[in-house]
Design a binder for this molecule. Structure first.
Ligand SMILES: NC(=O)c1ccc[n+]([C@@H]2O[C@H](COP(=O)([O-])OP(=O)(O)OC[C@H]3O[C@@H](n4cnc5c(N)ncnc54)[C@H](O)[C@@H]3O)[C@@H](O)[C@H]2O)c1
Length: 322
């Protein structure tokens, strides 16, 4: 199948592209910057259309002959630049759907986020971390949350009013190679880069220290599992039973437990993690667990990388890049 991937040169996109190619699909990537750093190994197998997802002409060229669109392009620094976030994440998503419908694409797989559930409150957070199902209340508050939630509603509208089948996948906290390289200093979305630092620094022989937060728990999903979930949805028979799926590990892992896993894989790791909560001193907590029962029951997907296997794969990848 021919698949158009927006944002396919990004951190998650790179692994999605590899997974789709590995399954024999033809891949066309739409990207606004031609940075092939994260896809060097497969770059010659990708058709690249350089352009913005708000550009109907570029999208038409990229979607010609595609059966499916995987939509990963997004603007993350939403608190700093809300107008661009709205334009790209909401307006751009609408353009992706409109162009897909016009090109006769059958399905759009949108990458959404736990952000739609908003800041963690009550039983969703410490100490219970009650898993949130897809029909759990959406309480977006930050601008990123608001744009991801609005994008889902835009998708819903296209799904109801055109022949497109539209589905949104809500990821929990994703970690994996590429994150630090691409988003290094940006910890505005929680522990995201810190989890990567916890592996990448020790894997390179450097120390990692966090003076508090070891008891905070989060739902970590490895980027290869994310790529596999997306490829599973791409290939699933029509119609899907639902239009929203959580993609997560479904379990609450503490920062201290994660550090233990890393020590078991990298025995020389110098990792110092202090006790307590809120490791990044976030104003509002975003640590939560997403219930992944629905995607397991409907599509047979569940994560294949437990933390041990993921850390081993991640550390090997980092070492191989040196
Ligand atoms: N990283 C996480 O933990 C996480 C968690 C939940 C959901 N998500 C979602 O997954 C998706 C991918 O995230 P990522 O971490 O790979 O992000 P990323 O920033 O690494 O990749 C996004 C890519 O989109 C491209 N892009 C941005 N704006 C564009 C535009 N206007 N036109 C064309 N291309 C554009 C960027 O150049 C980049 O390569 C996003 O939708 C994000 O909201 C990520």
């Amino acid at each position: 199948m021919r698949v158009t991937v927006t944002g396919g040169l990004g951190v998650n996109g790179a692994w999605v592209v590899r997974e789709l190619l590995g399954r024999g699909h033809e891949v066309v990537v739409v990207e606004n910057r031609e940075d092939l750093t994260l896809v060097r190994d497969v770059a010659d197998r990708i058709e690249l259309v350089v352009g913005d997802i708000r550009d109907a002409e570029r999208l038409a060229a990229a979607m010609r002959g595609s059966e499916c669109v995987v939509h990963l392009a997004a603007f993350v620094a939403a608190e700093q630049d809300p107008q661009t976030a709205i334009a790209v994440n909401v307006g751009g998503t609408a353009q992706v759907c409109a162009s897909a419908a016009a090109a006769g694409v059958r399905r759009v797989v949108n990458t959404s986020s736990k952000a739609v559930y908003g800041p963690t409150t009550g039983k969703r957070g410490f100490p219970t971390y009650e898993p949130i199902p897809e029909d759990g209340e959406r309480l977006p508050r930050g601008m990123y949350d608001i744009t991801k939630s609005a994008a889902e509603d835009v998708l819903g509208w296209y799904g109801r009013t055109t022949d497109l089948e539209c589905v949104s996948l809500r990821f929990s906290t994703i970690y994996g190679p590429g994150k630090l390289q691409r988003h290094g200093g940006n910890v505005g979305i929680g522990l995201v880069s810190a989890y990567s630092s916890m592996i990448e620094l020790p894997a390179s022989g450097l120390p990692f220290a966090l003076d508090h937060g070891g008891e905070e728990r989060d739902d970590l999903v490895y980027v290869l599992d994310v790529a596999e979930a997306i490829a599973t949805v791409v290939a699933a028979p029509e119609p899907l039973h639902h239009h929203v799926y959580n993609v997560s590990s479904g379990r609450a892992l503490s920062v201290a437990e994660f550090a233990e896993v890393i020590r078991s894989v990298l025995p020389d790791a110098q990792l110092d993690v202090g006790p307590g909560l809120n490791p990044m001193d976030a104003k509002e907590s975003a640590y939560m667990v997403l219930d992944n029962t629905r995607i397991a029951e409907d599509l047979g997907w569940s994560p294949r990388f437990d933390p041990q296997r993921a850390v081993r794969h991640y550390a090997d990848h980092v070492r191989a890049q040196r």
